[in-house]
Every structure is written in C-alpha cells, then in structure tokens.
Design a protein around this ligand. Structure first.
Ligand code: BG6
Length: 476
C-alpha cells in the first residue's frame, strides 16, 4: 500500500501573533487585551508577559529559514489587529501592515503557503475601554473595518483565511481569552453573548474573503466527548455535551443556525444569547468552506442529576498530574469527567490519537467539508541539555500517532488538505507561560529571563523534517 500523503498536502506548523511576536509596543502597535491579561498573569502567577514572547517580530526571517529547512509548505500565523489599527478604529499604522507584508513575502519567497488567522484572542485594548470589547455588538463593525482592510490588502496572496480562533474555548475560559471587566464576570449569559458577536464577526469575515476570491473557515478547539459508560443515560449526556460544546458552534458555521437542543438548554437556563432579526439568515448566507481543527485531546461525560450546581470548566495550571480544578457541570444535561482509559499530559490533557480519527469521520459525515489541522501538539516541560539539545521523543510519539490517525481517516475518504501542528516554535502558552512548551524549535528563554531567545532545533525538528521529505511515509 502507498502510504504517502497527496502530492500537494500542506505540511507546516502554527503560531499566533501575541504568543510569538513580542514587540508589543513597537513601531506603533497598540496594546491588545492579551498584553493586559498576560501582564496581570505575570503579576499573579509569575508567567511571562507578552512584551517579548519569542521575539518573532525581530527574528521572523531566521524563523522562516528554519521552516524552510524543515520543508514546510504552509505556515499558520495570526495577524495582530492592534498592530494595524492601534486604536481599533480605522486609522492604519503603516509600520504594522508592513510587518505582515514582509512576513507574507518572505513566506512566499520560500514557497510556504501563508495561512493567516484574523483573530486569535488579541482584541485592541482601546475597544475594551470604549465599550467592553466583545461584550458589545459594536465590536462587529470595528472587526469588519479591520478584516476588510487586511483581506483586501492580501487578496493576491492568500488562498485560505482562518476567521476566528476557538470560540468554544473562549466560552469555557472567557476571562483568560477575553478581557471581561470585573463587574461582568458573574454574568455567565455573557459568555454566550460574546460568542454570538463572534459568530457575526466570523460570518462577516467569510463574506469578505469570498468577495476577495478566497476560502474561509473557523479554527475551533474541538474535542469529541465520549460517554463514561455504556449506560444509556451516560450516552445521552455525551450527546448533550457534544451538542453544547461542539455542534453549537459548527452548526452555525456550516448550516447557518444554532443547534436546537443546545440553544433550548441555554434558553431554559437563562444563558442564551440575545439575537436580532436576520442574524441566523446572515449566518446561512455566509457559510464556511473548510474547518480548521485544533485538536489536542478528547473529553468524557456522564449523566448529571438535576440538583447539581452549574459549574464551568476547570483547569490544571500547575503542570502536576491530577491538579484539575474541577469539571464543567450542567445540571440534568451533563457533567464532564476524566477518562480512565487514556494517558494524560502533565497538565491532565488526555492523549487520544483515535479521538482525532473519530473527529474526522464524524464531522465529515455530518458536514462534508475539507479539514486542515491548524493545531495539534503536546505541551510539555522540555529540557535543554548541557550540550544544547532537546530530546523531545514524547512529542515525536504524539505527533506521529496523530499523523497516522489523519492518514487512516484519509484512507477512508476524508478530505484533509494540511497538517499544521502547534507549534512551529516555542511560544507563550495561553495558560502556562514558557513552562509548557509545544515547539519544534526551542526558544532559549524562561518566564523570568528573556535572554536572547536563541533558536535551537529540537529532536522533533529533525524528525518532522524527515516526515515532510518523505511526504508522510517516514514516521519512525
Ligand atoms: C489553543 C490555542 O487553545 O491551545 C492556543 O489556540 C494555545 O493559543 C493552545 O496556546 C495550547 O493551550 P495552552 O494553554 O497550553 O497554551
């Protein structure tokens, strides 16, 4: 059997602007909400802030040379809105757009397909001050100004636009991914209101991309939900969880309406978003072309009695196994739990390559759109040895198993156009600074000391290079 991937399969990796660029206030860039959120997290937990990150702003040419060395044919990155429109209005910062022109030109000169994300958590801070950011529907108009300008600027260069990154994760971890003014943080309906505004913004982006002759799709953090047992009530709980955590988003992107069971549940719980007449019609007129999957793990659920208290997703911030702060609970709908059948990372994320295969198969049956992997990776404590090496065999194992899962799904007819794991280089983790690393390239810095951000090839770098050179046939 020929195990090679299709000839034009896109091999690459991914990053996002505030997690790698740094230069947070350089060349006219305005602050984004992530500059503020991460400086607060620095104060509170000691994680690095976003001011230098991996210094990609200054070292992007060196980084692209490393991508070329690995044989990348694609690179997913994001465009920082606040670099181009520092105040979130319509006044362009010329140096900001020039950075992305240079980045895209450098990628193209190296035969690497640029795959930009329009929005990866980093709203211009002045819009938070002006009207509470995503809490207000006003943000959709400002987003349109930004998206129109950028899509038009790069209309000859970009084939695939990724619209908004991980709306479902924003709903779960809203204060980490959005700046929510303290006086609103107890109003959980606003989680779904923010998401509704993002749905409108993402449909605007799809419309604009189509007008520019490009394709567009969202990147969603997607984890399939299994039932903890084969009891019918647990199966139903898993279905409920899939509806509220997954289909609630995908049905909007690919069908133009909210998933009925999930929306009804939210209405009864007083959590449903307020909509205006014509919103769902607008979604339906601007459906996405592909689904950019960010896959890390699978989840598990069981039935939840009516009397339970509603709780939101917990997390493990310490990197010590078992330190999860709790599980999402929706009384009489579902309760999330650990899956006893699976290995986990140090941060309690389940490792489940078959889950990825399951996602491809399930979603291709339901939506019949092409996929690209825009995130997939293992967050770990990496060690730089005294002779300057990083032996990340655990990451190689993880990536290998997920590439194999991708191939098995493709062998059964699923259309996958590319694989861009997280992350191309080490970056500022959204939850754990530089303690938790994902990169194929090590960035020599710590949370406390930025040093010179020297680039060091990890073992996974050399392994991935062989994978790409063999078009996916040499995985061992
Ligand atoms: C995804 C995000 O949720 O997961 C990334 O799109 C993020 O921005 C990645 O870095 C891994 O999460 P974390 O918290 O380990 O950085």
């Amino acid at each position: 059997m020929n195990n090679a991937f299709p000839k034009d399969f896109l091999w690459g990796a991914a990053t996002s602007a505030y997690q790698v660029e740094g230069a947070a206030q350089e060349d006219g860039k305005g602050l984004s909400q992530q500059d503020i959120i991460n400086s607060e997290r620095h104060e509170k937990f000691g994680f690095a802030d976003a001011s230098v990150a991996s210094d990609h702003y200054h070292k992007y040419k060196e980084d692209i040379a490393l991508f070329k060395e690995m044989g990348f044919t694609s690179y997913r990155f994001s465009i920082a809105w606040s670099r181009i429109f520092p105040n979130g209005d319509d006044v362009v910062n010329e140096a900001g757009i020039q950075f992305y022109r240079d980045l895209i030109n450098e990628l193209k000169a190296n035969d690497i397909e640029p795959i930009p994300t329009l929005y990866h958590y980093d709203l211009p801070w002045p819009l938070v001050e002006k009207y509470g950011g995503w809490l207000s529907r006003e943000v959709v108009k400002d987003f349109e100004v930004f998206a129109k300008y950028v899509i038009n600027e790069f209309k000859d260069d970009i084939k695939y636009w990724i619209t908004i990154n991980e709306q479902s994760i924003i709903v779960q971890y809203w204060t980490q991914k959005c700046y929510v003014l303290p006086e609103y943080q107890d109003d959980n309906q606003l989680r779904y209101q923010i998401n509704h505004h993002m749905n409108l913004a993402q449909a605007v982006a799809v419309k604009l991309a189509h007008e520019a002759g490009a394709l567009a799709g969202p990147a969603l953090g997607y984890a399939p939900v299994y039932a903890r047992t084969c009891k019918p009530e647990d199966q139903l709980a898993a279905l409920n969880a899939n509806d509220l955590r997954n289909a609630y988003y995908l049905d909007v992107y690919f069908r133009g309406y909210y998933n009925v069971a999930a929306l009804t549940y939210l209405q009864k719980a007083g959590l449903a978003p307020k909509m205006e007449a014509g919103d769902e019609e607008f979604f339906a007129e601007n459906l996405s072309d592909f689904f950019a999957i960010n896959y890390y793990d699978s989840q598990c659920a069981h039935a939840c009695p009516e009397g339970e208290e509603r709780r939101w997703s917990g997390y493990n911030i310490s990197g010590k196994k078992g330190d999860m702060s709790g599980f999402e609970t929706h009384p009489s709908f579902y309760q999330m739990c650990a899956n006893p059948e699976l290995r986990t990372t140090d941060w309690d994320w389940a490792i489940d390559p078959i889950g990825l295969e399951y996602v491809y198969r399930d979603l291709y049956t339901r939506y019949r759109v092409p996929f690209m992997i825009t995130e997939n990776g293992l967050g770990a404590y990496d060690e730089l040895t005294p002779d300057g090496k990083v032996h990340d065999d655990y990451r190689i194992d993880y990536l290998r198993e997920h590439i194999q899962a991708t191939k098995r799904a493709m062998d059964l007819g699923v259309e996958v156009v590319g694989y861009m794991p997280w992350s191309a280089i080490d970056l500022l983790s959204t939850s754990n600074g530089y303690k938790k690393r994902y990169g194929l390239v090590y960035i020599d810095r710590t949370d406390d000391d930025v040093k010179e951000c020297k680039r060091i090839r990890k073992d996974s770098f050399y392994w991935y290079k062989d994978v790409i050179a063999s078009n996916g046939t040499k995985l061992d």
